[in-house]
Design a protein around this ligand. Structure first.
Ligand code: C2E
Ligand code: CA
Ligand code: CA
Length: 784
């Protein structure tokens, strides 16, 4: 599959995909925009909550501080205590600090000098020698009279309260620290729903034990980490126990590493956000699904007319013009209308073209292809049928002498007569030229013969075209299905062969003789050999004398060709000359004969034998314009007198292309050659045509001479032919003289010459010479 093919997506899918992609992008953008906004709002609210929680926390610390200050002021105002401070009675100071401290719940109590030295401490004597670490608090107390603040002490968060001791002037400070315990943290949580933890930054993991309201598992997670030393301002997120905690870190007063962390679980905070998200997802998915559905429907709606056009175009391609495309009212509808019009137009045009392609334009009869198709159909149905192939005899003469218009009219008339005289389910076709075919359904041999005779009779009725009246004759070849073959080609060829046989035998109609086709094919094979035969000198010439009837003298011979085939033996000219004519090979024969005859004439002349040779011309030779010149140059080359060469041209050949033939014959005669009309009596030449022909001799065909009997039709014809020839100033010769009777009759009719087996068969040159020498020695050669 091509890479393009892989990505080949229908128009419909492309539209749908594009729309779905667009909506998905829009939806996605909206989805995220909403989520981001919602999340942002929620976080802002959480932030606010933490900030306000921080304020509550401060408030709580302040309230507690005020309370604690109250408690500590009581100790500072105690007379005994004041005195002990004033006198430096350390023992009394210590016991007062611890007693009072215990009473108000202080975790630590100290006496601090005005210059910031710890004078006494409940933490023990060691602590007393150090300076007070929360100088900030002292400064604030100096400014305001007293102070309270959150500090870290020994890793714990304390609320430290500083109160002055007056005696009566300020002599020292009392400082008391109150642990910020879970209870305190809880009170903040109760108020704010925030968790409060006191943590120390930067402690190694696990070493921290913070006071906290966090659930134990979360607290454990918090204790297990090292919080970064760097203080983070504002709200941030710490992930604890798989949960995000929004955290606000509040520093203590002493600026140490201890922090109060206000926290709220983001899960809790984001719960509404999640809800929104779930709803949004559901909403988006629903919308998208609806949209996809809508898009597909729309795309189908848009593309259905297009795909209908596409499938209509495909049908059109397959030659189906029947089904119109449904027409809608939009632009595609206009396209569909145009398409339908085109479809109808193409359909009509194709029908017309098909008709023209399958029908003959002159007669409107089916042509060869359609005829073949009909025969094929009949064969498929298994119905018996007869093919009548017919050809108008001498149609070419009509065309040539009367013109093509008359020729066309004649063909139309023939077509009409054929069509009107067969049944409706029979087919009449024109195969080309003057060839017609009739396919007779269900006919056997007798039936086909009968129809052929009937048709020939109808055709034979005079055709009147203006002032011309024509008498037509048909030659009909009949082939039967299935008797003579079951292939269209073979059957038509066999009908054709039968027709040619009919034409040659002049029998009107002929049924195909089984085996004839094979002979025909054999002859065709022979023809492919013919060129080689000429080149390899397989041709021979036999000479047959023409004897003068008055004194028996032989001054002329006819040259007749033979083919010494290397495998088939001697082949007679009737078996290859017509084929050579049809296959265009005849010029090789003519050329070879001419050359051989001229050479023979030279030889005889050199031997002192004064014979003339008559050579047979084919109709095709008459159409060769270069022939006369060729003959002339050959005669000159071999120094042979033109009077010694004679040409025999059949009556039909001479009439076939009269003007050209006449021109050629005239030219040959001017050169000194003589011309004979061969096979006279078998053609149809009229007297006027004959008169125009530049000829010297009339040769009566052997078919009229062979069975010449007194008082027969043939005798009458022969006699009048001789008279006709003489009247036109021609010499007359009869061929096919086999019997002394016919010879006698010809003498009686004053025929000039005779040729035939009675005198001699055609003989090879040498044999002929022997015969000739003997014949000359005889005293009365033709007296038998
Ligand atoms: P065609 O011109 O009519 O020749 C006369 C034919 O009658 C010859 O047949 C000859 O052998 C035969 N014949 C002569 N006397 C008698 C007889 O007493 N009784 C019978 N039964 N037959 C006789 P062939 O030689 O078989 O030639 C047949 C045809 O072939 C010739 O008819 C001619 O049309 C053609 N042909 C022969 N040679 C040539 C040639 O060189 N060129 C051309 N174009 N055609 C030739
Ligand atoms: Ca001849
Ligand atoms: Ca003849």
């Amino acid at each position: 599959m091509s890479p393009r093919g892989l990505f080949k997506v229908s128009f419909r899918s492309r539209i749908a995909l594009l729309f779905i992609l667009l909506i998905a992008i829009v939806q996605g953008a909206a989805f995220f925009a909403v989520l981001v906004t919602v999340r942002h709002n929620i976080m802002a609210r959480a932030n606010e909550k933490l900030q306000s929680g921080a304020r509550v926390f401060q408030q709580l610390v302040d309230d507690r501080g005020a309370q604690l200050l109250q408690n500590v002021r009581i100790l500072a105002a105690d007379f005994g205590f004041k005195q002990a401070v004033a006198t430096g009675d350390t023992a009394t100071i210590a016991s007062a600090l611890s007693n009072h401290g215990a009473r108000v719940g202080a975790g630590v109590a100290m006496l601090v000098s005005l210059d910031g030295e710890v004078m006494a401490s409940t933490l023990g004597p060691g602590a007393a020698t150090r300076s007070f670490p929360y100088s900030q608090l002292l400064k604030r107390a100096e400014a305001r009279g007293d102070a309270a603040g959150l500090v870290s002490l020994g890793g714990r968060a304390f609320q430290l309260v500083v109160v002055p001791v007056y005696a009566p002037l300020r002599v020292a400070w009392v400082a008391m620290g109150f642990k910020l315990n879970k209870q305190f943290a809880q009170s903040l949580q109760d108020l704010t729903h925030l968790n409060l933890s006191f943590v120390t930054l930067g402690l190694p993991a696990g070493s921290m034990r913070p006071v906290s309201t966090l659930p134990p598992a979360v607290l454990k997670a918090l204790a297990a980490r090292t919080l970064p030393r760097k203080h983070i301002d504002g709200v941030h997120i710490i992930r604890l126990n798989d949960e995000d905690w929004l955290t606000l870190s509040v520093p203590l007063l002493d600026g140490g590493r201890m922090r109060a962390l206000l926290q709220t679980s983001s899960n809790a905070a984001l719960a509404p956000y999640r809800q929104v998200r779930v709803r949004l997802i559901a909403l988006s998915a629903g919308t998208l699904a609806l949209f996809i559905l809508g898009t597909i429907l729309l795309a189908r709606g848009v593309t259905r007319p297009v795909s209908e056009l596409v499938s209509a175009a495909k049908r059109l391609g397959q030659g189906d013009y029947s089904e119109p495309v449904p027409v809608s009212s939009d632009e595609l509808g206009q396209l569909a209308t145009a398409f339908n019009q085109m479809q109808t137009a193409i359909g009509e045009r194709e029908a017309r073209i098909a008709h023209q392609a399958y029908h003959d334009s002159l007669t409107d009869l089916p042509g060869r292809n359609l005829a073949a198709a009909r025969i094929g159909e009949t064969m498929k149905d298994g119905r018996r049928a007869a093919i009548l192939l017919m050809d108008i005899d001498r149609f070419k003469e009509i065309n040539d002498t009367l013109g093509h218009q008359i020729g066309d009219q004649t063909l139309k008339t023939v077509a009409e007569r054929l069509r009107h005289n067969v049944r409706d389910d029979d087919t009449v076709a024109r195969l080309g030229g003057d060839e017609f075919m009739v396919l007779l359904m269900g006919a056997d041999e007798a039936g086909a013969r009968k129809v052929a005779e009937d048709l020939s009779r109808y055709i034979a009725e005079p055709v009147r075209l203006g002032d011309v009246t024509l008498y037509l004759e048909l030659s009909v070849g009949i082939a039967l299905f299935p008797d003579h073959g079951n292939e269209v080609e073979a059957l038509m060829r066999r009908a054709d062969i039968a027709m040619y046989d009919a034409k040659r035998a002049r029998t009107g109609a002929m049924v195909y003789r089984p085996g004839r086709d094979e002979r025909h094919l054999e002859q065709l094979a022979l023809m492919s050999d013919f060129r080689r035969a000429v080149d390899e000198n397989e041709l021979r010439i036999h000479y047959q004398p023409k004897a003068r009837l008055t004194d028996g003298e032989v001054a002329e011979v006819e040259a007749l060709v033979r083919w010494e085939h290397p495998t088939r033996g001697e082949i007679q000219p009737d078996d290859f000359v017509p084929l050579a004519e049809q296959s265009g090979n005849i010029r090789w024969l003519t050329e070879w004969m001419l050359r051989s005859i001229v050479v023979q004439l030279r030889e005889w002349s050199d031997a002192g034998i004064d014979l003339a040779v008559a050579m047979n011309f084919s109709a095709f030779d008459l159409m060769d314009p270069a022939l006369a010149e060729h003959v002339e140059s050959l005669l000159k080359l071999h120094e042979v007198a033109p009077q010694r060469l004679m040409f025999e041209i059949t009556e039909t050949a001479a009439m076939r292309d009269a003007p050209t033939a006449v021109a050629l014959l005239r030219r040959l005669r001017r050169m000194g050659l003589r011309i004979a009309i061969d096979d006279f009596g078998t053609g149809y030449s009229s007297l006027s045509q004959l008169r125009r022909m530049p000829v010297d001799e009339l040769k009566i065909d052997k078919s009229l001479v062979l069975n010449l009997k007194p008082d027969s039709d043939d005798a009458a014809i022969v006699r009048s032919a001789i008279e006709l020839g003489h009247n036109m100033g021609l010499s007359v010769i009869a061929e096919g003289v086999e019997t002394p009777e016919s010879l006698a009759m010809l003498k009686q009719y004053h025929c000039d010459m005779a040729q035939g087996f009675l005198i001699s068969r055609p003989l090879p040159a040498e044999d002929f010479m022997n015969w000739f020498m003997q014949y000359r020695r005889r005293s009365t050669p033709l007296s038998t």
